[in-house]
Structures are given as structure tokens and as C-alpha cells.
Design a protein around this ligand. Structure first.
Ligand code: SF4
Length: 304
């Protein structure tokens, strides 16, 4: 089917079924254009918690759909590409966390939202990249275990010097693979333009930034500038801004590296099939795990 015909059919099906499309900002621009709600993980979790939609098609990766389902169990949450996971979400097991908790009862366990629902169920509080620093500052415990992302963990530790932060050794395979020399090369080519970086990048790259923040913060920062911006995060953020804002350039160094193949799995066809009820996965969660995970997510929404 032609692209425009697919788009028209998706719009028709949206009207007929009443389904709400939520899309993470790393999705393809054509998916973002069709979405009713777009944003980073924090915003998607907030909206899922607040609105009791009947049916949500969540264009993103598995942990995002699980989070939406945990917050809104009556909603049918469909993940269009069931194989779209976040590799970082599985870099630590719940058993490892439980062992650590037993040995360190005074340490608050803080998990990045990019984790499985089973992992969220054994942590004290979730965070996203936009809320991590605030939440860690607001936790009464002095000692914190931050997991799984070592780069975001180092950023949080630096911003919260009053805390003792132990950091797990996980990472995002996309952001962590960006070579610092490649970023420096682009900065040397355009020395006068601001640089926005996601804190999942190695700290040598975060140190080069005028802004280190979540995708939502990067987009707000980029829009607020008058000229071009270097953006070091998944390439679709710059692609979208380049499509929408004329006369300015948004430049991503090494876009081939900054491509999340899991985020890329959702295209117009998978979205169309999910809306038709002929594809995607209707997310189901174990109720005990859901309730425990929801407590960690609720604390994120309260403290963040
Ligand atoms: S960009 Fe990294 S953290 Fe985000 S979904 Fe992809 S692998 Fe996971």
C-alpha cells in the first residue's frame, strides 16, 4: 500500500475504533504526526496515569507499554511491534536487586524507567532522564543504588553531591556507542552552535554539552534557540525537528550509530495492523507484579 493511503486508513481506523495513539519521541516522524500524545517516557507515564483511555496503541518499546498498562490496568494497551524491547531494560535481574537489598537495607534502590516491569516491582522508585536528579534529591536516604544506566547514574551522582550513589554497570547500547571524537569533530566544524546531549551518552560527551537532558528537554531547548543546534541523541529527534522547522539545521553526529533498531521497528504498516486488530501484542501483566511496580512509578510521579 502507498504511504499516503496507509496514513489515510490509519486516520479512519483511529476514528472508527476510538483508539489513542501514544508515541515516544524516538519514533519515525510519520508516526509522531499520527499520534494523539507524544513525549518522553515521563510524559507517556503521566498521561497513562491520568487518562483512563479504553484503548492505547503505544508506539515505542516494551517497557513503555508495560508502564502504561501498570498505571491504567483497565486500558487495552497494544504494542504494535512486540519484538521492540530496550536492551538496557534487561541488563539486571530482579534477583540481583533482591540480593543487594538484603545485604544493604539502608540503601534506596532507584531504577531508570527503562527497566522490565519485574524489576520495577523490586525497586523503591522509578526515574526518567528528566526527573532523575529531582527524585534522587527528594529521597530521604543518603545512600542510593542507581540502576541500570551507568552514564545517567554518573550524571545524577554529579548533580547530587550530597548523596552516596552506587551505580550499576548497565548502558544504552545506542547512546553509549557514540565516539567522543566524532562529536568533537562536528563541534569543531560548527564551533558557534549550541550542543544538546542525552545523559545516556558517556560522560566525556555530556561534559561537552550546553544542555544535558531528556528528549523532551532537548526538543524544548532546540526550539528555543535562534539558529542551528547539534543534537546527540537518537537520530529521529533531529529528523523530526528538521522536517518541522524550516531555515534551521539540527545536526546529529554519527546518525547511523544513533539509531535505535527497537524504536525503528514500528512503521506505518505495523501501526495499521495493530489498529486493525491483526498485529501487535495486547500487554498483560501479573497483577501482583503490576501493583508493586505501580508503587515505584507512583513515587516517581509524586517525587518528580
Ligand atoms: S535508545 Fe537506548 S535506552 Fe532508548 S530504547 Fe533504544 S536501546 Fe533502550
Amino acid at each position: 500500500m502507498e504511504k499516503q493511503e496507509l496514513i489515510n486508513r490509519i486516520k479512519e481506523l483511529k476514528k472508527q475504533t476510538g483508539a489513542v495513539i501514544m508515541a515516544h519521541t524516538y519514533q519515525r516522524p510519520e508516526i509522531i504526526d499520527l499520534a494523539d500524545v507524544t513525549g518522553d517516557s515521563f510524559k507517556l507515564a503521566q498521561v497513562a496515569a491520568k487518562e483512563n483511555y479504553e484503548k492505547v496503541i503505544l508506539c515505542g518499546v516494551r517497557f513503555m507499554a508495560e508502564t502504561a498498562k501498570a498505571m491504567s490496568p483497565e486500558t487495552a494497551v497494544i504494542l504494535p511491534a512486540p519484538k521492540a524491547t530496550c536492551p538496557m531494560a534487561e541488563q539486571i535481574s530482579p534477583e540481583e536487586v533482591l540480593k543487594f537489598r538484603k545485604e544493604n537495607p539502608d540503601v534506596a534502590v532507584v531504577c531508570y524507567v527503562n527497566t522490565t516491569i519485574q524489576l520495577k516491582a523490586v525497586c523503591d522508585v522509578c526515574v526518567t532522564s528528566s526527573s532523575a536528579v529531582n527524585i534522587v534529591k527528594n529521597i530521604p536516604n543518603k545512600k542510593i543504588l542507581f540502576l541500570p544506566d551507568k552514564n545517567l547514574g554518573s550524571f545524577v551522582a554529579k548533580m547530587c553531591p550530597e548523596k552516596e550513589v552506587t551505580i550499576w554497570n548497565g548502558y544504552c547500547p545506542v547512546h553509549n556507542a557514540v565516539p567522543v571524537d566524532e562529536v568533537k569533530k562536528v563541534i569543531d566544524m560548527y564551533p558557534d552552535i549550541p550542543v544538546a546531549v542525552h545523559p545516556e551518552c558517556p560522560k566525556e560527551i555530556v561534559e561537552l554539552a550546553d544542555l544535558a537532558g531528556s528528549t523532551a528537554e532537548i526538543i524544548d531547548f532546540a526550539k528555543a534557540q535562534k539558529g542551528d543546534v547539534i543534537i546527540v541523541t537518537e537520530r529521529q529527534v533531529a529528523n523530526y525537528l528538521n522536517e518541522k522547522i524550516e531555515g534551521r539545521k539540527f545536526i546529529t553526529p554519527c546518525p547511523d550509530i544513533l539509531t535505535c533498531k527497537d524504536m525503528d521497528m514500528t512503521d506505518l504498516e505495523t501501526l495499521y495492523n495493530a489498529l486493525k486488530g491483526e498485529g501487535g501484542e495486547d500487554i498483560q501483566l501479573d497483577e501482583d507484579i503490576r501493583v508493586k511496580a505501580k508503587q515505584s512509578i507512583d513515587r516517581m510521579l509524586e517525587l518528580g
